[in-house]
Design a protein around this ligand. Sequence first.
Ligand SMILES: [Mg+2]
Length: 101
Amino acid sequence: MDRPQAQQRVDACIRAHGGYWDKFQILARLSEELGEVASALQRLESLRPRKGDVDLAGEVGDLLFTLAAFANVNGLSLEDCLTQVFDKYDSRDGQAWKSQS
Ligand SMILES: [Mg+2]
C-alpha cells in the first residue's frame, strides 16, 4: 500500500502519542467526530444555541484525522478509495446525480 502523505502524517502522529486504538474504537470515534461536525454546522446555521465560537474547520479536521487513522489500521489508501468512487460515478452511478437536479 502506498499511503498518501496525509495518512503518513497521521500515522506518525498517532505512533508518537501512544499508538493506534482498536479498529472498532476508531470507528466509534469516527461516528463521534461526524456528530461534532453536525453540531457545529447546526450552531453556525442557528439551528442550535451557540456556546461560544464554532470551529467547523477544526471539527472537519478531527473527522479527517480519524478517517485517516481508520484507513491506516485497515490497510487502505484514502486516495485509492476516492479513485474507486470517482470511477463509480463516471460509469455506473453518474446518472443518479443528474436526475436529482
Ligand atoms: Mg471533534
